[in-house]
Ligand binder design. Structure first.
Ligand code: AGP
Length: 613
């Protein structure tokens, strides 16, 4: 996600902004920019130079040194609009009197942009953010001061935001506010600061406050005044920050993997944001396939690697049940060397966090050459796959730094289920009410995931009991089968232990022969149509001496008696269940790896993105 910083009352404001942006680079970004304000003008410089953007920005802004003591800066991780200079922040209003930086997603930006354009505003970017600058411009034109104009703007926007706004009318003031996206403000005797992340300002002040939803902060040199949405004084709690910069970059977690697991509720919710219209219709803005194209489809083929392949396997169940369309899921490196049967009625869906994995990229190219329609589910805007595909469905998990995919996998399953619901609506295979039930269940996952994550200590206790085990089988059935595959991959990847994922019913066709005392079987038995059959499979391994770890939903006692260890998860509908059932398996892998003293963020022999065959 984007990073923001602001400062007022500092002679070296520009340096502070650039240093802060450097401290935000670790999150990954595609472009960066700063703006400095004075009574006369706003000076703005934006650079879209990938991960070199802040360094390039430092050179490009040399002529602005000492120009102003108030400014804002931004590192952008594109969600709406390409990662180009004209989409980089800060954004300005029509008059050039207002500049702002934003982190988050404005869900109703399209309707606001249409209204603003009709009223004569010129929108200069493709972002969801820019509407905010023009709405604030309108408030100032009505005679409101900046704080009031920000407040009246926030009253009409839906979605998530953390923002910093300044105007030439009051050049020592920065107005900051947030809803859902985090924002901190801080002061010294002479300056005021804002930032999306603590590391950006940690070397300037530790006198910090985390704003609550809809609070508005007015920052001036040496002071900060925080009010609530109605303008009444707000109670604030100072942050007690004992972290150094490195710990702060990980949000206080010991490693990126645990931070990214903790990000999962937000990753799922952000991927859903703004994608169901008020009429209940699922809308995927950059899919670029007409209803006729979608209605004509005869099959869906998912191509992907690793964890993304597992997300595709989960989606197969959703597409087939909801949209009643045949689905093939193929390992990308195999797909391209077969001779797949494709034509214009096939929809090929590439699934890739990075959008750069060479096997998936080549598989998608192959499919296009064969005349298929090609879309990609990617976490990186304008990745190679996104540029080449007919349509894109972006996940909004934010940058993922740990090599083991966690939050991006959950976001991929969410996005694919969204696509399946969209297809079901277009093909008329589900009623409006049925779609609403499934979408609402996806929305409910935010809370379900938070509850699941909160039980990490229970999983740690299981991991500690298994600390001497070296052989693991992960079993699941139906949508629990890809869940099992993902659990096994996570364990292999970060703990270097032998693990295999299997469909529970397949055991007796061979693998049962290797089950013996000492072998650990992790069985996903969380509801779904085949839970009872799954429990029979568990009984088969138990009677051969395996140590059984059973993953079951709250209140389910059906498996009592067969398990050596039980991991409980909150209940969910079966199609959405993998999104939360994967979490305890990530936690199990994590705790086993940490117990073995391994670096969970950088496992041996592996790269985050595989760009060689
Ligand atoms: C997952 O933990 C792995 N790091 C790996 O399997 C990954 O999912 C795979 O390489 C695909 O990457 P992509 O999603 O960027 O295409």
């Amino acid at each position: 996600m984007c990073g923001i910083i602001g400062v007022t009352g500092a002679a070296d404001a520009l340096d502070i902004l650039l240093d802060g942006l450097e401290r935000l680079e670790y999150r990954g970004y595609d472009s960066a920019g700063v703006a400095l304000v004075s009574a006369e003008a706003i000076d703005r410089v934006r650079i879209a130079d990938g991960t070199h953007s802040v360094a390039t920005l430092r050179t490009a802004t040399e002529p602005l040194a000492g120009r102003s003591s108030t400014g804002v800066g931004h590192t952008r991780w594109a969600t709406h609009g390409h990662p180009t200079e004209h989409n980089a922040h800060p954004h300005l209003d029509c008059s050039g009197r207002v500049a702002l930086v934003h982190n988050g997603i404005i869900e109703n930006h399209l309707e606001l942009a249409m209204r603003l354009s009709a009223d004569g505003h010129t929108l200069a970017s493709d972002t969801d953010t820019e509407v905010l600058a023009h709405l604030i411009e309108e408030g100032l034109a009505r005679g409101e001061d900046l704080t009031t104009a920000v407040r009246s703007t926030l009253a009409v926007v839906r979605g998530a935001f953390a923002l910093g706004v300044m105007t030439t009318d009051d050049p020592e003031l920065i107005v900051a506010s947030r809803r859902i996206s985090p924002l901190i403000v801080g002061v010294t005797d002479t300056a005021g600061y804002l930032a999306s992340d603590i590391p950006a300002v940690l070397d300037r002040t530790r006198n910090l406050i985390a704003l609550e939803d809809d609070q508005v902060a007015e920052l001036r040199p040496g002071s900060v005044v925080v009010t609530d949405a109605a303008g009444a004084p707000a109670t604030t709690t100072p942050l007690n920050v004992e972290w150094d910069v490195e710990a702060a970059q990980k949000g206080g977690f010991p490693d990126f993997m645990s931070k990214e697991m903790a990000d999962q509720p937000a990753a799922v919710l952000d991927t859903l944001r703004g994608r169901r219209g008020p009429d209940g219709v699922i809308a995927i803005d950059q899919l670029d396939l007409s209803h006729d194209d979608l209605a004509r489809l005869t099959k869906v083929v998912v191509v992907a690697c690793g964890s993304s392949f597992h997300a595709g396997l989960v989606a197969k169940y959703a597409f087939e049940r909801w949209a009643r369309i045949p689905v093939e899921v193929d390992i990308a490196s195999e797909f391209r060397y077969r001779d797949p049967v494709l034509d214009a009625t096939a929809l090929v869906v590439g699934v890739s966090q990075s959008g750069e994995t060479v096997d998936t990229l080549q598989a998608m190219r192959h499919a296009r050459e064969d005349g298929a329609r090609v879309v990609v589910v990617s976490n990186v805007v304008d990745s190679s796959m996104a540029r080449e595909a007919d349509g894109v469905l972006y996940t909004r998990a934010g940058p993922e730094i740990g090599v083991a995919a966690t939050k991006t996998v959950l976001a991929q399953i969410t996005a694919l289920e969204l696509l399946a619901l969209h297809l079901a609506q277009v093909r008329g295979t589900m009623t409006h009410e049925q779609v609403a039930v499934e979408f609402d269940e996806l929305l409910r996952l935010e809370g379900v995931l938070a509850e699941t994550l909160a039980r990490s200590d229970d999983v740690a206790a299981v991991a500690s009991g298994l600390s001497h085990a070296t052989d693991f089988f992960f079993l699941g059935r139906h949508a629990g089968y890809p869940t099992a595959l993902e659990g096994a991959l996570k364990l292999k990847e970060i703990s270097y232990l032998h693990a295999e994922g299997y469909p529970g019913g397949e055991l007796k066709h061979g693998p049962l022969a290797v089950i013996e005392p000492g072998c650990v079987v992790v069985a996903v038995a969380t509801g779904g149509p085949l839970k009872e059959k799954m429990l029979s499979n568990v009984a088969e391994v138990k009677s051969r001496g395996a140590t059984v770890v059973l993953v079951v939903e709250d209140g389910d006692e059906d498996g009592a008696g067969v398990a050596d260890y039980t991991i409980r998860v909150p209940a969910a509908r079966d199609m959405q269940s993998p999104i939360k059932d994967i979490v305890p398996l990530q936690q199990l892998a994590y705790h086993l790896a940490v117990g073995r003293g391994l670096d969970v963020d950088r496992p041996r022999n592996l790269a985050k993105t595989v760009t060689v065959e």
